[in-house]
Design a protein around this ligand. Structure first.
Ligand SMILES: Cc1cc2nc3c(=O)[nH]c(=O)nc-3n(C[C@H](O)[C@H](O)[C@H](O)COP(=O)(O)OP(=O)(O)OC[C@H]3O[C@@H](n4cnc5c(N)ncnc54)[C@H](O)[C@@H]3O)c2cc1C
Length: 86
């Protein structure tokens, strides 16, 4: 997983994204966070929030329960901003 994250920081096609992500990975290396799913998802959420700040988008609360609800157990698809309870 660490190798994948480092590779993205070198290969991401968008130049600005790649440059900033590379800096982010240098400041906050993935290695201590890749040993389990929970620490990894929080780590990735924090990197995503850095981009959100840069783009003046809302911050996402990097709570593992909320991340699971948003990305694993909530409504299927990637376009929702949150859950749609039955
Ligand atoms: C490594 C990397 C670097 C990037 N750098 C740039 C850049 O420099 N400039 C640029 O314009 N774009 C960048 N992007 C793309 C940017 O993050 C958005 O994905 C893109 O702007 C499309 O916006 P969107 O609103 O469709 O999706 P997103 O902003 O990605 O939002 C999609 C969904 O993700 C959820 N979400 C939001 N924040 C978080 C979070 N912190 N953790 C988990 N879920 C969250 C929300 O529910 C939202 O509905 C980068 C992407 C990556 C993977």
């Amino acid at each position: 997983m660490s190798s994948l994250i480092h590779s993205i920081s070198n290969l991401y096609p968008c130049t600005d994204c790649r440059t900033d992500f590379k800096e982010s990975v240098k400041r906050s290396p993935p290695e201590p966070h890749t040993s389990n799913k929970q620490t990894l998802q929080v780590y990735l959420c924090e990197r995503h929030n850095e981009v959100n700040r840069k783009l003046n988008k809302e911050q996402f609360e990097c709570d593992p329960k909320l991340l699971d609800e948003r990305w694993r157990t909530g409504v299927k698809g990637c376009d929702g901003g949150g859950l749609h309870p039955e």
